[in-house]
Design a protein around this ligand. Structure first.
Ligand SMILES: [Zn+2]
Length: 109
């Protein structure tokens, strides 16, 4: 697997960290945050993330490729494991709603 980090990828990522309250797993190491809530994120978070994705993609001139932090960090010791319990269907629906809304507003006035 090729891994590119640092200056060579500056400007090629839009990094979003969603707020997610976590609890410690008693069977894990001290001060861990392994247990995420279910559902993992609120409707407002999907709505905001969907708008951000649509606008960032419009600015980039192409649909950006969404990736989970856990996958980007794979292989890094003590890497991020988020987003846990992310609902891809909810994100997809949020993006679709924004696209309908943004397209309807385009030229409607
Ligand atoms: Zn993260």
């Amino acid at each position: 697997m090729e891994r590119k980090i640092g200056e060579s990828v500056r400007g090629r990522f839009l990094h979003v960290e969603n707020v997610q309250p976590r609890r410690a797993d008693p069977s894990g190491p001290e001060h861990n945050d392994r247990i995420a809530p279910e559902p993992g994120f609120s409707p407002a978070q999907y709505r905001t993330l969907g708008l951000l994705y649509a606008l960032a993609s419009a600015r980039a001139g192409t649909w950006m490729i969404p990736a989970f932090h856990a996958n980007i960090d794979r292989g890094i010791p003590a890497a991020h494991d988020d987003p846990q319990n992310f609902d891809l269907a909810a994100f997809d629906e949020a993006v679709a709603k924004w696209l309908r809304k943004l397209r309807a507003g385009n030229g409607a006035r």
